[in-house]
Design a binder for this molecule. Structure first.
Ligand code: ZN
Length: 550
């Protein structure tokens, strides 16, 4: 859009002026730079569908005509954003079994949208390693990857030095334009909604309002803001940039991965990709390498309550499998939680929270059912804690700090795992065994998972990968003593929270994604785990990537 260019041009002029005032230098032109665009939640299967149906014309063109390569990627378990980004940004195999889980040793829940949780996990698990975004920028991510995000750091507004104010003004030029443009698009969408309402008052009112709110909030304001912010960074020569577009994942959670509304959001992301790519071409001296990738896919799910007579999973677990009597809700005023919230707010006020906005947007995303007024899905009774995180639920025996192997669980609750796996809303139940590796309960039958005996995963093209992913998952100290999946339940895929699309599990559509990379990029092959991306991306940190792009 030419008007975008005009605004960015004005912003660049301001930037140049700011540099002169500060006597700073323009970025060095002789290094290669990293630009990662993540399309959250897009499986390879749905990507290929979107490409074939012309939903992503720009991406299709660079693949077909410019020789960009679509590299298949297997993301491992859990198929979830924080696990993926920890591995890709820091090169570590994380202890992150889900989006919401319990840490027995610390005796506390980790829930990524909550203020402070992502920061604590990042600090503990990145273990002093250099993130791929060291000195760069990240938008919409769970972790910062070491990014120093200048556009969103409030500190910049707090130090009213002359050049600081000018820099803030430069950022404001972009923000003002995003506001103006988004307001116009919002008005257009609202007008359309009114017209639709007139045409079909009852139906449109029932299904339309929530969708419209997400569409305007995420798909217009946030996407525009991210795209313009990235464009600004590209002109400025920021050494590394990671932007995560959340639109598709959110629509897919709400309506299912192949729903027309989810597919339509890909068209808008494709527009943003095109815009970003054009800016890259305009500053060839900055030598950006653009990677388009996805962190996981989604499976189409139904709600557990539907197959359990309207009862939630925790309720069924406590009433039908443990002592009858119902679950006691988690105390809402745990002092640790209140303290963490307070320190989170304090960090924001003092401008010490560069990743705050990333976490905020993630909160909107993954906390979606929760944001809309539902209780957080954790219950505890008699030292048994149940956490529902999506198509996965964890059962912890919290009187023991160490993970309990199945032999110990059977002593207390004989037949529990077999019985659970027979429930129509349960697919797999995984547990650790004290001798070797994980075991899997499937429709009432116990399988020792190995390549020789892959149990329910026999006959899949990716059997060895799935077996090793389950091993990885059950090696994580924070994974539940029992890890329950609604994926491949006898009634179809099931999620334990209210959503039509879900992920974290072992279905092919959750596990298989992609990286679209420039023709010269030498990505490791095959890509069997996101941890392999780290050395490839980390090479950009020193600006010497010739060997990777020979
Ligand atoms: Zn998601």
């Amino acid at each position: 859009m030419p008007l975008d260019d005009l605004v960015l041009g004005l912003q660049r002029l301001v930037d140049r002026f700011v540099r002169r005032v500060r006597r700073g230098h323009a970025p060095t032109p002789d290094r290669q730079r990293l630009l990662v665009v993540q399309i959250d939640g897009l499986s390879r299967e749905v990507l290929q569908l979107a490409l074939a149906r012309g939903r992503m014309p720009f991406l299709r063109r660079v693949i077909e005509r410019a020789g960009w390569r679509l590299h298949p990627m297997f993301v491992g378990l859990p198929s979830s954003t924080p696990a993926f980004q920890m591995a890709a940004m820091y090169g570590v195999r994380p202890d992150i079994p889900g989006f919401h889980y319990h840490d027995k040793r610390q005796r506390e829940d980790v829930y990524f949208p909550r203020a402070g949780d992502a920061a604590r996990v990042e600090k503990a698990q990145a273990a002093g390693r250099r993130g791929i975004l060291d000195g760069g920028a990240s938008y919409g991510c769970v972790f910062t990857g070491g990014a120093v995000d200048n556009l969103f750091t409030f500190a910049i507004m707090k130090r009213p030095t002359g050049s600081g104010l000018l820099a803030a003004f430069s950022a404001l030029v972009v923000l003002a334009w995003v506001a103006l443009k988004s307001t116009v698009i919002t008005a257009t969408e609202l007008l359309r909604a009114v017209l639709r309402l007139l045409a079909d008052p009852v139906g449109e009112w029932r299904r339309g309002w929530k969708w419209l709110a997400i569409k305007i909030g995420l798909s217009v304001w946030v996407r525009e803001l991210f795209t313009l912010a990235v464009a600004r960074d590209l002109y400025a020569g920021t050494p590394s940039i990671y932007v995560n577009y959340l639109d598709y994942d959110v629509f897919s959670h709400a309506y299912g991965p192949r729903h027309p509304r989810a597919l339509r959001s890909l068209r808008r992301i494709d527009d943003s990709l095109k815009q970003i790519w054009r800016v890259c071409r305009r500053v060839p001296e900055h030598r950006y390498d653009l990677y388009v990738l996805s962190d996981h896919g989604q499976a189409h799910t139904r709600l557990f309550d539907e197959v359990a007579g309207g009862r939630r999973f925790e309720r069924v677990v406590f009433d039908d499998f443990f002592t009858p009597g119902g679950a006691r809700p988690v105390s809402p005023a745990r002092p640790a939680g209140r303290h963490r919230l307070a320190s989170g707010i304090k960090a924001l006020r003092t401008g010490r929270a560069p990743g705050y906005f990333q976490r905020f947007f993630n909160y909107i995303e993954e906390g979606f059912p929760w944001v809309l007024g539902e209780l957080k899905e954790a219950r505890e009774r008699d030292n048994v804690r149940v956490i529902c995180a999506g198509p996965n639920a964890f059962i912890y025996f919290v009187d023991d700090d160490a993970p309990l192997p199945i032999e110990r669980i059977e002593e207390r609750w004989p037949g529990l795992a077999d019985e659970l796996s027979r429930h129509p809303g349960v697919g797999y139940v995984f547990a650790r065994s004290s001798s070797d590796g994980p075991v899997c309960f499937w429709r009432g039958k116990r399988h020792r998972l190995s390549l020789a005996e892959p149990g329910p995963f026999a006959g899949r093209a990716d059997t060895p990968l799935v077996i090793s992913a389950i091993r990885d998952l059950m090696t994580m100290p924070s994974a539940g003593d029992l890890v329950v999946y609604g994926i491949d339940a006898s009634t179809g895929h099931v999620s334990y929270i209210a959503e039509a699309g879900a992920h974290a599990g072992p279905s092919p559509e959750e596990l298989h994604t992609f990286v679209v990379a420039p023709p010269a990029a030498r990505l490791p092959e095959p890509l069997d785990h996101p941890v392999q991306l780290y050395p490839h991306f980390a090479r950009y940190l020193d600006g010497s990537t010739r060997e990777s792009a020979a």
